[in-house]
Design a protein around this ligand. Structure first.
Ligand SMILES: [Zn+2]
Length: 185
């Protein structure tokens, strides 16, 4: 069992009541609970993710990675579209608006809002299917290979996002954690 040494604050496995890190003897009752923070705690620097690292389960941490990917993937094609248009000195108001709206929804998704999860899951499912449908529909016509690729790739990415949000238990657990740790605004 890993415990915290009361003398050097290291997380160690005690062997016959002696700390293997510093050699200081201590009884079971004197030792603290391990925090698995390694060296970070001892050099006086603040640990910003302290709460997350010590209270999240492995599944919630995995869910955090997935939700992070989803939050990045959703506005990505819209941001790319806006950037390309800006290079051409053009602005598409609708794409700009969609970029802001999707970023705003994704922000709420990250903090575990239930409505945001449904909006994003259904939105990405619809957009993914529409993208694939467009790619199939315009296969023979004026679309170039890059456009078809963009449609297919982003559609598949969106469908992946939708699938993770609807089906993945780790995502649900992370969003539940976020919901419980975010003050209502
Ligand atoms: Zn020690």
């Amino acid at each position: 069992m890993i415990q915290k040494c009361p003398h050097c604050q290291a997380d160690v496995i005690f062997s016959r009541d002696i700390c293997p890190a510093c050699g200081h003897p201590s009884q079971d009752g004197e030792r603290g609970e391990a925090t698995y923070l390694g060296e970070a705690k001892t050099d006086g620097r603040p640990v910003y993710n302290l709460g997350i690292e010590t209270t999240m389960t492995a599944r919630q941490r995995h869910g955090r990675i997935l939700v992070g990917l989803i939050c990045g993937a959703i506005p990505a094609p819209l941001v790319a579209h806006t950037a390309v248009y800006l290079v051409w000195f053009r602005v598409s108001v609708w794409v700009l608006l969609a970029t802001f709206v999707s970023t705003w929804v994704v922000f709420h998704l990250w903090y575990g809002r239930k409505w945001a999860r449904w909006v994003v899951a259904i939105g990405t499912l619809t957009a993914g299917c529409a993208g694939l449908y467009q790619a199939v529909l315009r296969r023979g016509t004026g679309m170039n290979a890059v456009e078809i690729m963009a449609y297919v790739v982003f559609a598949l990415v969106y469908l992946w996002c939708s699938w993770q949000l609807l089906r993945c238990q780790d995502v649900k657990e992370f969003l539940g954690y976020q919901r419980n740790h975010t003050p209502e605004v």
